[in-house]
Ligand binder design. Sequence first.
Ligand SMILES: *Cc1c(COP(=O)(O)O)cnc(C)c1O
Length: 442
Amino acid sequence: MPGNAELVARSLKSVWHPATQMKAHETVPMVPMVRGEGPWLFDADGRRHLDAISSWWVNLFGHREPRIGGAIKAQLDRLEHVILAGFTHEPVVRLSEELSALTGGTLGHAFYASDGASATEIALKMSAHFWRNHGRAEKNRFVCIEGGYHGETLGALAVTDVPLFRQAYEPLVRGAHAVPSPDDRNAAGNESRESVALRAADALERFLEAHADTTAAVILEPLIQCAGGMAMHHPVYLRKVREACDRHSVHLIADEIAVGFGRTGTLFAHEQADIRPDFLCLSKGITGGFLPLSVVLSTDAVYDAFYDDSAARAFLHSHSYTGNPLACAAALAVLDIFRTDDVIATNQQKATRFDAIAAPLREDERLSHFRRTGMVWAFDVAASTRGFARRFTSAMAQRGVLLVPLGRTVYFMPPYVFGDEEFSMLVTATRSALDEVLTPER
Ligand SMILES: *Cc1c(COP(=O)(O)O)cnc(C)c1O
């Protein structure tokens, strides 16, 4: 078996890594992983790394969770794949039924793809096509939130308000309108988070008053805008957005690709506002990090707008791996674990204990906006800290922790199998790495 140095050298020659300036690897080390177990990853030199970000937010129950692995193995012996146009299979039927039941039957039509960005594309296309089928083709524009992230294909990029990801492709992208963010950190003076949320909702209301005639949908990440810096907001924002969308006949697309499946403390984040969206996008945690799968759930009203004798009125979108049986089997195992392990309630108790463990970070005067929603913790370091993300990632890697800040926002998004011991190790490593990185270089 090749060791770390050899694997990295070969990777840098042949693999074009995502979200990476490859030249940065002249100085930033890369870590090749060969094995996973629970919250741990093991590199090619046998060193273990604590996975504090669930391997890009997908791994809910730790690496190689045996029940998910077992479900995939069992499915492998029955059926690995079949075209989903004109054919069906039990795992996709059961998964669709279970997801529908989990939304109280309100989002009962499941359309599948294989990644998050494709789910965004599907929701945007479905929404615009819905209005077209209703004779309102001019309702084809979208509203997103400042700093929102919905993926990086051209359609998804249009509603992704992260300048670094968008700049180079601006001429290829059809602009959407970004409304002010309900981010708690926008509080002026002693303003409450609820007031920040209401102020942001007002701005959306005013935009829709003027532009609802050309707007198909509002897309947002409920409760936490994740890639945009773990920006958290009060649930009242979602209630007000739902009301505004209803008042102005505009769809609400909830992108729960990152925040779904218990991450915010409820199975779906929108539940905390006691609302339902018209479209619900899910991916990432849906297979526990085992296989690529995404799904868009929609309402009867949406589905009925496409149900017709005319092919042109149908939703003709497709992906070759749509509803892949192995991925569906993994997702069914994930939903099973939520039930048998009472994951939501267990996580609530864990999060309270982890809060106590994280107290030294909350009290650290070098840090600001220490915050938590469900199983996501985040804080910011001062804006003047140059090269922070790169240096902090390296400092954490040296301490055996896999963690990648978003700019100057550090966040923990641990797999739910973390215990007090792992969380303590994470906090200790973080404090020590902060001491190293925030000390001015001489
Ligand atoms: C990751 C993410 C996406 C895109 O998912 P991919 O599978 O990476 O294409 C979309 N929306 C949100 C909120 C995400 O976090």
